[in-house]
Design a protein around this ligand. Structure first.
Ligand code: CAA
Length: 280
């Protein structure tokens, strides 16, 4: 499996293209507008430069990696893909429409993977005529740094598809872990209730934001405290995932903290908007 296509050049998509190119693959990166492609490539270049600055990579190695990313706005040109990894916005309708289109454009043996953090793989697969070839490939942010790929099997995903994706993840330098398709998979089913509980603790005045983060960093060896991590992920993303857990399980234990809801209403979305639990 050599011909990798990544759809979407946002934080996750450009990180996936970066990682594929850095591990020797030729990768096509698809966006809807040239300006978005330019931004994605400049982010990859900036992130590669970190390695150059630290003497871990030469400028020519950086350029060689960049040259393995083929940017395009022409979706019709990806017919020869062996695997498509979708990393567009977290919206069920947008994803099902895209997967129906990918099903029509790509050759029948092509695997269609989604980097979704919470949308059902089974639902996305149902929009195609090849549900056995649809799978979740959930990378973590920042993609070039985090070693996990959570590989999610939809109800119809075949063993062959799983094996091919497991193999590709390893060749991309990652450690794949197999999970089944239930709301939040494993990563967000465990992470989001922890973040939500930290927000409840702040809301109830149990401790300050610095204290809550400090306890989890120093006491549990987490690289970031849960409130800092929520800002890093995006508070809108955290809220959307909690809603998926709440409605998917019908269990009030996943109800989002009212403070989280209020902050998202205010447009305080974390790092990307300049303000969340902290200011940036
Ligand atoms: N691209 C490439 N390299 C990057 C990078 C990026 N975007 N961001 C950081 N790095 C590299 C740095 O260059 C540095 O490399 P070296 O070790 O070779 O020097 C290394 O990563 C560490 O970075 P820093 O020294 O700048 O900073 P740090 O030590 O504070 O680490 C961090 C930053 C890696 C983000 C760390 O704080 C961390 O691991 N945080 C937790 C991240 C996390 O939990 N991610 C999962 C979020 S959940 C998710 O993604 C899924 C979901 O569905 C919501």
């Amino acid at each position: 499996m050599e011909n990798i296509v990544v759809i979407g050049g946002g934080t996750m998509g450009n990180g996936i293209a970066h990682t594929a190119a850095a591990t020797g693959f030729e990768v096509t990166l698809v966006e809807v507008a040239q300006e978005l492609l330019d931004r994605a490539l400049s982010t990859v270049s900036k992130n590669l430069q970190r390695g150059v600055d630290k003497g871990k990579m030469t400028a020519s190695e950086r350029d060689a990696i960049l040259s393995r990313i083929r940017p395009t706005i022409d979706m019709q040109s990806i017919g020869n893909a062996d695997i498509v990894i979708e990393a567009i916005m977290e919206n069920l309708e947008a994803k099902t429409q895209l997967f129906a289109r990918l099903d029509a454009i790509t050759k029948p043996e092509c695997i269609l993977a989604s980097n979704t953090s919470s949308i059902s793989i089974t639902k996305i697969a149902a929009a195609t005529r090849r549900p056995e070839k649809v799978i979740g490939m959930h990378f973590m942010n920042p993609v070039p740094v985090m070693t996990l790929v959570e590989v999610i099997r939809g109800i119809a995903t075949s063993d062959e598809t799983y094996q091919r994706v497991e193999d590709l993840s390893k060749r991309m330098g990652k450690t794949p872990i197999e999970v089944n398709d239930y709301p939040g998979f494993i990563s967000n089913r465990v992470l989001m209730p922890m973040i939500n509980e930290a927000i409840f603790a702040l809301y109830e005045g149990v401790a300050t934001r610095e204290s809550i983060d400090g306890v989890m960093k120093l006491g549990m060896n987490h690289p970031m405290g849960p409130l800092t991590l929520a800002d890093f992920i995006g508070l809108d993303v955290c809220l959307a995932i909690l809603r998926v857990l709440e409605s998917g399980f019908g269990d009030p234990k996943y109800r989002p903290c009212p403070l989280l809801v209020k902050m998202v209403d205010a447009g305080w979305l974390g790092r990307k908007s300049g303000r969340g639990f902290y200011r940036y």
